[in-house]
Design a protein around this ligand. Structure first.
Ligand code: DGJ
Length: 757
């Protein structure tokens, strides 16, 4: 019997009889079904399959046994649910947890919204899904609205559509252009047996202690393995891959920034996936503040995870008419192993996240490691001359140029040039840099203030603090509270002035400390700072970019402390670590590249021995490592020898030749022999190929194994553009190519291949 199906677009269909939604991406299907209790339950996330298979008449959600029920699309606290709930609320009368009835669905283009209303309290949720025709990513978020009116306490008829949701976030949802269907048969209000069933009540604000963007469910697998990123300052993005315990595993940041120690990305497989084979389910949260993802592998073999903004212990107040909208939590199912998952993420970021993916990232020079806080116009001009001579395209003046900033103890917040260092302001340096044919970039740390600053003396109340608590200073600085409109406005004005007056083409936006003692005593909703600060940072960046269309922004937070899809929606690249030691960078870059494409990965060549690790490495090795991302230079060029400068200029020129392939190509992490790490970048049309190989330590004098290039066309021939040698594709695929590593430690190579036919 054909179901009453409303197929609204090729990407999304909704069967109103079964309450079954099916979302299709290019190579995957995501399906969910509204259970008899009104809660959307997970059905399928994986390969294409016949939709008929999803239409079994009895939804697994109908089971009243906890162990049999399908997982929620967003877990709630009521019913036989005992796992981590993605939505946790307390109503003014003390009642905890929502109980849904399904109001209906709406499709707008490739976006699906499921509308849920609490059975008795004035609360609605929209679970939102978006797919794109060109990626396999499903984007999900939640919008939670207090639907009570000013005279709330009246029973609510539950028919609010949420469009009057409060604009406090500036992100309430507007009128939809799409179709709207009513509650599906058999899935209306269910199970209301207590007094007052059918009506709703509950005056006053609703306390929200958890509002996740989405809960995700993996299919039943023989085993589960979790990949995620851990680290610290100078050791960010270390890939961790372990068997998932039967337990709740919490990945979180309680720092108000994304964090050096963890990233809101994870990948799950059954323990057998390899770099190029196997199914992988991965997710990434677009949020740059505190976050939490709880992965729950239960004893009966199911694995789900729920995640969103904020860490445990925070509470937000939702008042009548207000809406809280979560950031996007994106999910991706792929079959080509971890490499396939990374390439699919890279493609998604390029198509739907990065502001200007087609624009080449410039080769930059940054003066931080050369001059520290000891900056002045003559020395910076001299560095700019040297950088220009190497072919650098962007000169970035780092910390120390403003206020009383001669060390990290003073000046933050006073964004006017230090007259002792720049007597006529920054414009002469900017003009000098522009005159050399380079763009001009400037370091800022707008969210921060030193106590020893004019700004702090004028506005001591602008910092994030709790009045009767001692305020912890980290790096001698406090954090400004961007959730205050006047602080956000000050930041926008200050940055706009800096960019305009100094013809700034590029801002490096740093943030060198996390939140501590965050709150605002006396504020009716003190934990809002954890959300609103981050939103304001995003808004200031968005406004700057809108007002200065040519401007580019580099994300930085004491290295890679704030890199996520939310940050990369409004920044071009990220400084991923203050550790510029080329050997350490290989591992950091490996982890970073799991989610983020090479063009977002700022990588500098600095001095040897490295200032942090003391390790001495050849210039060529340092370049080859940095050439795997968006190349930059950060050494004290004034101390480089003529030979080093000459070699550097040649390597910069070589990078520019391979840049389109590195920055816009498909990336394959190759499995070489033990000590060798290699990455292969293939241009999207398959013509140009770049191989970078690094061997920090040589062992036993063994020759490195040939590098097999399994994605090349066996029927084609490939020219090695340096040696002139022609290889046939079958040999490169099945036998491989010699990575041409010189003898000794810190060996590296760059090989270019061009398809001939
Ligand atoms: C931390 C950044 O990661 C460095 O690159 C540099 O900009 C310093 N801050 C400046 O204080």
């Amino acid at each position: 019997m054909p179901a009453a199906s409303s197929v609204i677009s090729t990407a999304i269909s909704f069967d109103t009889d079964l309450g079954l939604a099916v979302l299709r991406t290019r190579n995957s299907v995501y399906a969910l079904r509204v259970g008899a209790d009104g809660s959307p339950r997970h059905v399928h996330w994986g390969p294409e399959l016949d939709p008929a298979a999803l239409r079994h008449p009895r939804s697994p959600a109908d089971s009243s046994f906890e162990d049999e029920a399908a997982a929620d699309e967003l877990g709630i606290q009521t019913g036989p649910r005992f796992g981590p709930a993605g939505l946790q609320v307390r109503f003014a009368d003390g009642t905890a947890g929502a109980q849904w009835r399904f109001l209906g669905h709406r499709v707008e283009g490739t976006e699906l919204r499921l509308r849920l209303a609490d059975r008795r309290y004035p609360l609605t949720a929209e679970l939102c899904y978006r797919v794109h025709p060109d990626t396999d990513v499903v984007e999900r978020w939640t919008e939670l609205t207090h639907t009570g009116g000013p005279d709330d306490g009246q029973p609510d008829d539950g028919q609010h559509d949420g469009q009057h949701g409060g604009q406090r976030d500036g992100q309430g949802f507007g009128p939809g252009a799409g179709t709207e269907a009513g509650a599906c048969g058999g899935t209306g209000a269910g199970g209301g047996t207590g007094p007052g069933a059918g009506g709703r009540t509950g005056a006053g604000p609703i306390t929200v202690t958890r509002l996740d963007s989405a809960s995700w469910t993996a299919p039943r697998l023989a085993d589960y393995r979790l990949s995620h990123l851990v680290g610290g300052w100078s050791s960010e993005f270390q890939l961790q891959r372990d068997r998932l315990p039967v337990a709740e595993t919490v990945l979180t940041s309680r720092r108000g920034i994304t964090g050096h120690h963890a990233s809101p990305w994870l990948a799950l497989d059954d323990g057998t996936a390899t770099e190029e084979r196997g199914e992988v389910w991965s997710t990434a949260l677009a949020w740059s503040g505190s976050w939490r993802v709880t992965v729950h592998r239960d004893p009966v073999g199911r694995t789900t995870w729920t995640g969103g903004l904020g860490h445990e212990g925070l509470a937000w107040t939702l008042r009548p008419g207000e809406t809280l909208r979560t950031p996007v939590f994106a999910g991706l199912y792929t079959q080509g192993g971890f490499g396939g998952a990374s390439r699919a993420w890279h493609a998604h970021l390029r198509a739907h996240v990065l502001p200007e993916p087609g624009r080449d990232r410039p080769v930059l020079y940054n003066s931080w490691e050369a001059t520290g806080f000891d900056v002045d116009q003559p020395a910076q001009c001299r560095l700019a001359d040297l950088a220009a001579g190497l072919g650098v395209e962007l000169f970035v003046l780092d910390d120390g140029w403003f206020g009383a900033r001669t060390s990290d103890r003073a000046g933050l917040g006073d964004w006017t040039p230090r007259t002792a260092a720049f007597p006529d302001g920054l414009r002469p340096l900017a003009d000098h840099v522009h005159g050399l044919g380079m763009a001009f970039g400037l370091w800022v740390e707008p969210e921060m203030v030193n106590r020893d600053s004019e700004l702090f003396r004028a506005h001591p109340d602008w910092v994030i603090h709790t009045p009767l608590r001692d305020a912890t200073e980290l790096r001698n600085q406090l954090m400004l509270d961007f959730s205050r409109p006047e602080v956000e406005e000050w930041a926008s004005r200050t940055l706009d002035r800096l960019v305009t007056e100094n013809a700034v083409d590029w801002l490096k936006w740093d943030a060198n400390r996390p939140f501590t003692e965050a709150g605002r005593a006396g504020h009716p909703d003190p934990d809002r700072v954890w959300i609103d600060h981050t939103r304001a940072v995003h808004r200031v960046m968005d406004r700057l970019r809108a007002d200065h269309p040519g401007l580019r922004i580099e994300a930085c937070a004491g290295g890679g402390g704030r890199v996520d899809l939310g940050m990369l929606t409004r920044t071009d690249q990220a400084w991923i670590s203050d550790n510029t030691d080329a050997v350490d960078r290989i591992g950091i870059q490996h982890g970073f590249g799991q989610l983020f494409p090479a063009q977002t990965m700022a990588a500098w060549v600095t001095d040897s021995p490295n200032g942090l690790t003391g390790r001495a490495t050849p210039l060529r090795f340092r370049f080859h490592v940095a050439m795997a991302g968006a190349l930059g230079l950060g050494g004290d060029l004034a101390r480089w020898t003529q030979d080093e400068l000459k070699e550097a200029a040649e390597l910069v020129a070589r990078y520019k030749e391979i840049r389109p392939v590195v920055q816009r190509g498909h990336q394959y992490r190759l499995s070489g022999s033990g000590d060798v790490t290699s990455v292969h970048y293939a241009a999207p049309d398959g013509v140009e190929h770049v191989l970078l190989s690094w061997r920090p330590t040589t062992r036993f004098g063994h020759r490195p194994a040939p590098l097999r290039l399994p994605t090349l066309d066996a029927a084609a021939r490939y020219l090695d553009t340096d040696t002139g040698q022609v290889h046939d594709g079958a040999t490169l695929r099945h036998h491989g190519i010699d990575p041409r590593l010189p003898a000794g430690d810190y060996a590296s190579s760059l090989i270019r291949l061009r398809r001939l036919d």
